[in-house]
Design a protein around this ligand. Structure first.
Ligand SMILES: [Zn+2]
Ligand SMILES: [Zn+2]
Length: 133
């Protein structure tokens, strides 16, 4: 069954005919601002398995560094996906409907986490990151 996702206002919707990979959460100061949260929650997707169902024209993209973009709904502001060289590279787990069939495997940059965040015990963390593949 395809994984589906949508923004807060439901105007932008997508589906993935495949599985997500390498789910991670990054606690660095950049990701906190990009995701308006204590950390990012993001998993990789194969670009050829990803399809916009509606609302693609409402997407706005912000490139924080060359080649790497984040796409968000221009109506409600939800960040839906990340792009690399204009192709969908991964999705934000928060916009997925139901079970994304993956769990966050590791937490990056916990050494620069927000002072107000409490990192739970028993999760895989890296002070910096990402681990080299
Ligand atoms: Zn929206
Ligand atoms: Zn980060």
């Amino acid at each position: 069954m395809a994984i589906t996702g949508e923004c807060f206002c439901k105007s932008v919707q997508y589906k993935i005919d495949g599985l997500l990979r390498d789910a991670r959460s990054c606690h660095c100061s950049r990701c906190r601002k990009a995701f308006s949260s204590q950390a990012s929650s993001y998993a990789l997707v194969n670009a050829d398995e990803f399809k916009w169902l509606q609302g693609e024209e409402l997407l706005t993209s912000y490139e924080s560094q060359p080649d790497f973009g984040l796409c968000f709904c221009s109506l409600c502001g939800s960040t839906l996906c990340g792009t690399y060289q204009g192709e969908v590279h991964g999705v934000t787990l928060g916009c997925i409907n139901g079970d994304p069939q993956i769990e966050i495997g590791y937490h990056l940059f916990v050494g620069s986490k927000a002072s107000w965040e409490v990192i739970p015990d028993g999760i895989k963390t890296y002070i910096e990151g990402p681990p080299k593949n």
